[in-house]
Design a protein around this ligand. Structure first.
Ligand SMILES: Cc1ncc(COP(=O)(O)O)c(C=O)c1O
Length: 459
């Protein structure tokens, strides 16, 4: 999709995954902040990379990342409340770097048909950590590939091919992942997608087609059962336990969906790629809902924020009957360096009490964000689970009309003051800091947000 086309598209639908890089606010931010050397490298980037939505034209050039911050070429430091959700242990954690460099010197790659100790140890650790009888692991070099393996496994295990997934969801960018995904920016104009991929509304009470109002009344969960029943032969329900935006389903939502899947012989595949290993204050988000999926997909920070690494963790009983199926077979499926990095990251999460920090800092930030609602007319809603936080900006609280332009202005103003985050669904400031974040860093970020909102509200 060209920049020209995307500029004419309905904004919130096409901005579900992130801001689009082509607005006048971007242009004026760049004119003010990008120096000559950075401009040179941005031009080189634009010259040699194939242009695509969401990632081009690039915002800025980075030269460093450490802890909760990133540093641009001109030495400006920003608290990174996006980090693509890879920075559970912060960027460049010394323990992770030490594990990587040590492993590179010993065994840097594992040829197929061989295994290696870091890969076995990481699979064992994940089987121990994951809830219930989730204990069979397959690694992949990225979340999208792990989702692909899960869909194949669900098809093979059930002998069915249909899926039910959510509008506005994201499961990766490959054809199979966008078929179950629900974002227009990935799905539109790309030709036929996988057959049998049914979509249902996500548990987003503020924009719910069932009009449940201030609180979700689980009509959307009932509707999943309705579709399971009508279709009759669905292989799996595929969903993000909590959408990154975030949409946080009510407590009973997943229990209801789990029970419906069981009644209809469908597997439950939960995608926790961005939030696994602690972002929500628990190792896995499904633990908040006391539900065990049949397949749990994790990734992002699993590689310690340095290596691309994802995993499918399946119920023990799904292991049988797969020996003649090639589900993954990826070149880097047991990469020893990625696995050493992942093991070190989990060790850091445990030894530095990062789950606890996510809970405490998340609660603190949520309290401050709630207070901000009294002072800022643009804030329609704040929500969060641990350090997965969202602030929804609306023009009118009675209609929830999305304040898309205002959200983008707030984002660029915050960027100028030293805070990086992304906007999803066009109007939701999505805030996901490193789990190592300190109280002074959190205070600084929230002060910046508040100042930026005040400036935009005054206009
Ligand atoms: C919920 C979710 N699923 C899947 C993916 C795809 O993961 P990857 O980019 O590692 O392929 C992402 C990436 O942002 C994600 O957020």
């Amino acid at each position: 999709m060209s920049a020209m086309q995307s500029a004419n598209l309905p904004s919130a639908d096409f901005q579900s995954e992130g801001d689009l890089n082509t607005s006048p606010h971007r242009a004026s931010w760049s004119a003010e902040h990008i120096d000559a050397e950075t401009r040179h490298w941005l031009d080189e980037d634009a010259k040699y990379f194939l242009h695509q939505s969401l990632s081009t034209p690039c915002l800025n050039v980075l030269k460093g990342c450490r802890g909760a911050t990133i540093e641009d070429l001109s030495g400006r430091k920003l608290l990174d409340f996006h980090g693509n959700n890879v920075h559970q242990v912060g960027f460049s954690h010394p323990r992770v770097i030490e594990a990587i460099t040590g492993q590179i010197k010993e065994l840097s790659f594992c040829t197929r048909r061989y295994t290696n100790i870091p890969a076995i140890q990481l699979a064992k650790k994940l089987a121990e950590l994951a809830p219930g009888n989730l204990m069979r692991v397959l690694f992949a070099p990225g979340g999208t590939s792990a989702i692909g393996m899960a869909i194949k496994l669900a098809r093979a295990a059930t002998g069915r091919f249909k899926t039910i997934s959510m509008w506005d969801s994201f499961h990766g960018a490959s054809l199979d992942a966008i078929s179950v995904g629900g974002e227009a920016i990935f799905r539109s104009g790309i030709g036929p997608l996988l057959p049998g991929c049914e979509h249902v509304p996500p548990p987003d009470n503020r924009h719910c087609p069932f009009k449940c109002g201030a609180a979700c009344n689980l009509s959307c969960a009932d509707y999943i059962e309705y579709v399971l029943d009508k279709e009759g032969d669905v292989a799996a329900v595929v969903a993000e336990t909590v959408r990154s935006t975030p949409f946080i389903p009510p407590r009973d939502y997943w229990k209801k969906v789990r029970a419906a899947c069981d009644r209809h012989g469908a597997l439950l595949i939960l995608d926790e790629i961005p939030h696994c290993l602690g972002r929500t204050g628990k190792m896995f988000t499904c633990e908040h809902y006391e539900v065990v999926p049949d397949l749990l997909i994790i990734g992002k920070g699993l590689g310690g924020g340095i290596f691309p690494l994802a995993a499918l963790i399946a119920r023990e009983n799904l292991n049988g009957g797969m020996a003649d199926k090639a589900l993954g077979h990826y070149t880097h499926e047991k990469n020893p360096v990625a696995c050493a990095s992942g093991l070190a990251a989990i060790e850091v999460i445990e030894s530095e009490g990062l789950l606890e920090n996510a809970r405490v800092m998340g609660e603190y930030a949520f309290g401050r964000m709630l207070d901000m609602m009294n002072a800022h007319r643009l804030i329609g809603d704040v929500r969060g689970l641990g350090l997965l936080m969202g602030m929804e900006l609306v023009r009118d609280p009675t209609t929830n009309e999305r304040a898309t332009d205002e959200a983008e202005q707030v984002m660029y103003r915050a960027l100028s003051k030293g805070l990086n985050f992304k906007v999803t669904m066009g109007n939701i400031l999505t805030l996901t800091p490193a789990l190592t974040i300190t109280r002074p860093e959190m205070d600084r970020a929230i002060d910046i947000l508040s100042e930026s909102l005040t400036e935009v509200e005054r206009r």
